[in-house]
Ligand binder design. Structure first.
Ligand code: DGY
Length: 326
């Protein structure tokens, strides 16, 4: 029996490729070359599956050129690179990689909050630049974390992980805003109180964004929302670029409208708005919230197992549009 062919669009752990090669003919991109949409479509010819990163756009136009494609398995929990309705219409299964990254990503959200509030990178740059010649009583005074109010926008699994860290580890008062309110038991476990978005922005000392990207969540935080925040507040975005209006944020940081921001994701990444690079009160990291070796390996294995589960056994593990299997 001929084995299905698949495409792995980006470099990945060699043992994950070995796992895939037990079931498929695999074309891999271990050189990690950047492919245009046209090259991606060409390489997908004759492929039944694609192992994709969150940066590979799977669009209606691409799907129209790849009639043999049956599944795209994202090595990411976010899947705003997928046009899911177009995939469903084309009979292509979409899968993502949830759960395996929840705690690691929540750890990083908290790390970014701490680094922002306590001005960790700003003070390190000062030290490395040889500017530290004497101690001063107000040097790099930051914002309190323990006992402060944590506002979480987007209370899915990762948001809940951050809430627990804040409430149980740092004695923070946790408020949250979400499309739908959590049930009482989950609110209790997270020690979190549901509030409206405006109340959250006005009250929170630290605002953390963990909402999935969609047309509706585009610029959840723009100039108007930043204007509601306390001047002593911080903002952390570990969700997706485009959730924050980065240009408006750079102005708010420059004008000290808010105290600081921690950003792991950017509009148009890997490009970063140039004004964010010139303001000191922002911590910038290159989309690494899920980046521990163990978690990235688990994400890759889950994407691989979705391809094997669907193309070999007819049972994917984490389908986003299971209706295509009906
Ligand atoms: C995800 O899994 O969505 C992370 O942002 C990594 O891409």
């Amino acid at each position: 029996m001929t084995r299905p062919s698949i495409l792995v669009t980006r470099a990945v752990f060699p043992d994950v490729l070995d796992h895939l090669r037990q079931h498929f003919e695999v074309e891999a991109n271990q050189a990690d070359d950047a492919w245009s949409a046209d090259e991606l479509a060409q390489r997908l010819q004759g492929k039944a599956g694609a192992f994709t990163s969150g940066a590979d756009p799977i669009t209606a136009a691409l799907l129209a050129r790849c009639p043999g494609l049956k599944i795209c398995a994202n090595m990411a929990v976010g899947y705003n690179n997928f046009d899911v309705p177009a995939m469903t219409a084309a009979g292509v299964l979409a899968t993502n990689a949830p759960d395996v990254l929840t705690e690691t990503t929540a750890d990083f959200g908290f790390a970014l909050l701490m680094a922002t509030a306590r001005r960790v990178t700003e003070s390190e740059h000062y030290l490395r630049a040889g500017k530290w010649t004497r101690w001063a009583y107000d040097m790099f005074s930051g914002c309190e974390v323990h006992g402060s109010t944590l506002g979480i926008i987007g209370m899915g699994r990762i948001g809940q992980g951050i809430a627990k860290r804040g409430a149980l580890g740092f004695g923070m008062k946790v408020i949250y805003h979400n499309r739908s309110r959590l049930d009482d038991a989950t609110e209790g476990q997270c020690r979190a109180t549901y509030v409206g978005k405006e109340a959250l922005l006005r009250t929170a000392d630290h605002v953390v964004l963990v909402v999935p990207y969609s047309k509706e969540s585009h610029h959840t935080i723009g100039a108007a929302e930043l204007a509601l925040m306390k001047p002593t507040a911080t903002l952390v975005n570990i969700a997706r670029g485009g959730i924050v209006d980065d240009a408006a944020l750079a102005v708010a940081l420059r004008d000290k409208r808010i105290a600081g921001a921690g950003l792991d994701v950017f509009e148009g990444e890997p490009k970063v708005h140039p004004d964010l690079l010139t303001v000191p009160n922002v911590v910038l990291t290159p989309h690494i919230a899920s980046a521990t070796v163990g978690t990235r390996r688990a994400m890759a294995m889950l994407a691989a197992d979705n391809l094997i589960g669907y193309l070999v056994h007819g049972k994917p593990l984490t389908p986003l549009n299971p209706e295509v299997m009906a």
